[in-house]
Design a binder for this molecule. Structure first.
Ligand code: TYD
Length: 209
């Protein structure tokens, strides 16, 4: 039986989700919760090597190879880190998870979304986020925020960005109970307040169960 809570943070590059994740960690810790922060790809040593190939390789990585690398990272991460943390009763805050694969490899790279769902199911072996915060931001605002050297994924271009963004919005419409849409064009503070409310709601719902 899972005792902890699993919360994932999703959105396009430049959506500000990592900033929010760190603010939420502080918020929950101040309330006395035992929280761990993690991310995909690349939380564990195994994943760091995969992350390096995925984000920094000069080689022309095929779309299928990319897909399997993200999934391999996830399978290891779930078994060796996320599941044990949830069994210990921790709140796990994860920067990207299954929905990134559906949005990026599915809607962005045109891999079959239903096939990706099946592969995701194998990788996560029954662990499903209790809540997913989706930070949605316009392409213009994301570009302003990403004013630094870009990695291999971020160099995929405007069209790719917009396909990923649309993909995320479709996923949210399909699962509105789990995935909560947040307009991340707003200021950090507004976005933080909305995120806090959603997390408080989840915690009070779960403690009443
Ligand atoms: P990262 O530097 O972690 O970006 P961010 O800070 O925006 O999360 O790089 C992760 C990149 O990998 C990001 O562009 C999204 C992409 N990605 C996928 O394409 N599929 C996946 O399944 C995951 C987890 C990430």
């Amino acid at each position: 039986m899972q005792k902890g809570l699993f919360i994932t943070f999703e959105g396009t590059d430049g959506s500000g989700k990592t900033t929010q994740l760190n603010l939420i960690k502080e918020y929950l810790e101040n309330k006395g919760f035992d929280c761990v922060v993690t991310r995909e790809p690349g939380a564990l040593d195994f994943g760091k090597k995969i992350r390096d190939i995925l984000l920094n390789s000069d080689e022309n990585i095929s779309d299928n190879a990319e897909m399997f690398l993200f999934l391999a990272d996830r399978a290891q991460h779930i078994d060796k880190f996320i599941k044990p943390a949830l069994n210990d009763g921790k709140i796990v805050l994860c920067d990207r998870h299954v929905d990134s694969t559906l949005a990026y490899q599915g809607y962005g790279r045109n891999r079959d979304v239903e096939m990706l769902r099946k592969l995701n199911n194998i990788a996560v072996s029954g662990v499903i986020p209790d809540l997913t915060l989706l930070f949605d931001v316009s392409e213009e605002n994301a570009a302003k925020r990403l004013d630094r050297v870009k990695d291999r994924m971020e160099l995929s271009g405007k069209e790719f960005y917009n396909a990923v963004r649309r993909g995320y919005l479709l996923l949210q419409k399909e699962e509105p109970q789990r995935i909560k849409l947040i307009d991340a064009n707003n200021s950090i503070n507004i976005v933080y307040n909305i995120s806090k409310e959603l997390i408080d709601e989840l915690i009070s719902r779960k403690s009443g169960e």
